[in-house]
Ligand binder design. Structure first.
Ligand code: HEM
Length: 445
């Protein structure tokens, strides 16, 4: 009998289930490459090993990095029993009641509860708030003088979130701004760092975060009490009221603590990435006069198709959130020809997917014309992630960017020139233009 004859016939049908090729560098070196020089390191490792390889880094441990579209599709369509959220995740920062910290049926219930607030008619209701905030913030912009647009965008998106999510106004809104901006700045850096033991916490950056968090909860609990005492709670608009009403529902009942976690999650996740994307929008427009001219004439004619295409293109060519993560919960997860063992991290590199010249020829060009009339779809276009954990605020973010851009273009002329592209700066969660999206504007008379 030959060897061939004794071989298990199933083996010839089963693909080669080996681990993906590993990056062979000390863990610390890989960690620094991942945390500090991510873009460059990933490109080097991808060049060497292809669009799937394994790294071993502090915090996430042994992790499979994927940017092959077919494999990314498998990650996005995997069941929530196979893949859960990456550990640690932003639930670390916002608390166990945050959508980021939930998995399986609790995650699914919470998404079902929140979804109506981020779609359809709800989005229409937010448009006026977004326009008002943009007009208010831009009222004192300097003319003929270069300034960073990132901070104004950050203030607009934060105010919008505080008003829509909490219904906050006046002094409460002011106070919340003073808390959330520094909380998010520090929190973005600490989000994935394991928290120290309780007794050292006070003297670490976590102590500062705890102080901000207490101040935030104090205000939000007052707002909750006020809404709770309102006989008209059933008809009240806003996400706080939505969560409050769900407290009694079977399966989705939320404690006050969980409500605070979720509100903070939406406020922070909702404003940070959208303002980064808007910062990039102006950075691109300054350097692309043809695109800008077409946008302005479309605004003047009352259209919006090209603006939408520009936003999709922007989110493709300047990736704000460059990586999403999952953890293998099943005993194994088969990814193409590879078998990934339980507890292993899977990282999808959105940026490398978006810059793949086989999918997007000349990925460095800013040509929204190609996105006109198309629907950007996963897995090639993955700005908002994919699958069961796809960004819940995706439609909201696009609407917000649309209204902010429209309002600015209606009121200001943006000066264009041949300034060098701004590099990307990683703020812990979002990638922003390194110089803050510097622009020079004039008011349109
Ligand atoms: C341009 C703006 C935005 C970008 C680029 C962005 C990107 C992302 C990405 C990549 C994810 C991870 C998806 C995954 O793991 O598959 C995510 C998740 C999430 N985003 Fe966004 N986002 C944006 C705006 C928003 C807004 C406006 C909100 C809230 C109003 C929001 C709330 C969330 C939440 C709560 C999650 C967690 C979803 C879950 O785990 O089920 N994001 N976002």
């Amino acid at each position: 009998m030959t060897d061939r004859a004794v071989a298990n016939p199933c083996e010839t049908l089963t693909p080669n289930r080996l681990n993906p090729p590993p990056v062979r560098l000390p863990k610390l070196v890989q960690g620094v490459g991942f945390a500090v020089f991510r873009r460059k390191s990933m490109r080097n490792w991808m060049k060497r090993h292809g669009r799937i390889f394994e790294i071993n880094v502090p915090i996430f441990g042994e992790s499979v990095v994927v940017s092959d579209p077919a494999l990314v599709r498998s990650v996005c369509t995997a069941s929530t029993e196979q893949l859960i959220n990456v550990q640690p995740n932003l639930g670390n920062l916002f608390g166990p009641g945050s959508l980021f910290g939930l998995d399986a049926s609790r995650h699914c219930d919470r998404r079902r509860l929140l979804a109506p607030a981020f779609h359809g008619q709800s989005l229409k209701n937010y448009e006026k708030i977004i326009e008002d905030e943009t007009l208010c913030e831009s009222a004192n912009w300097p003319e003929d003088k270069e300034f960073r647009i990132l901070e104004p965008m950050n203030r607009i998106t934060l105010n919008v979130m505080l008003r829509i999510i909490l219904g906050a106004d006046g002094a409460e809104l002011e106070r919340l701004r003073e808390i959330v901006l520094p909380y998010m700045k520090l929190g973005s850096l600490m989000a994935f760092v394991p928290a120290p033991p309780a007794w050292t916490r006070r003297h670490s950056p976590w102590g500062k975060l705890d102080e901000f968090r207490k101040a935030f909860d104090r205000i939000v609990l007052t707002l909750i009490d006020r809404a709770d005492a309102d006989p008209g709670l059933g008809e009240r608009a806003g996400i706080l009221a939505l969560l409050l009403r769900s407290r009694g529902d079977v399966g989705t009942g939320m404690s006050r603590r969980d409500i605070c976690d979720e509100l903070l999650t939406l406020i922070c996740a909702g404003h940070e990435s959208t303002s980064a994307a808007l910062g990039w929008a102006f950075e691109r427009l300054r350097r692309n006069p043809d695109v800008l001219a077409e946008l302005v004439s479309e605004v003047d004619e009352g259209g919006s198709d090209f603006r939408r295409a520009t936003i999709l293109k922007l989110l493709r060519s300047r990736t704000v959130v460059d990586v999403i993560g999952r953890r293998v919960a099943a005993p194994n997860f088969d990814l193409g020809e590879w078998r990934i063992p339980q507890d292993r991290t899977v990282l999808v590199r959105i940026a490398d997917l978006h810059e793949n010249p086989e999918i997007f020829p000349h990925p460095e060009q800013f040509d929204p014309y190609r996105f006109r009339g198309t629907r950007a779809a996963a897995p090639a276009w993955l700005a908002f992630g994919g699958g069961a954990r796809r960004c819940i605020g995706a439609d909201f973010a696009i609407t917000e960017m649309d209204i902010v851009l429209r309002t600015v273009l209606q009121n200001f002329r943006i000066q264009t020139d041949a300034a060098a592209d701004e590099k990307s700066h990683f703020r812990g969660i979002a990638h922003t233009p390194k110089l803050g999206g510097r622009v020079v504007v004039n008011r349109r008379r």
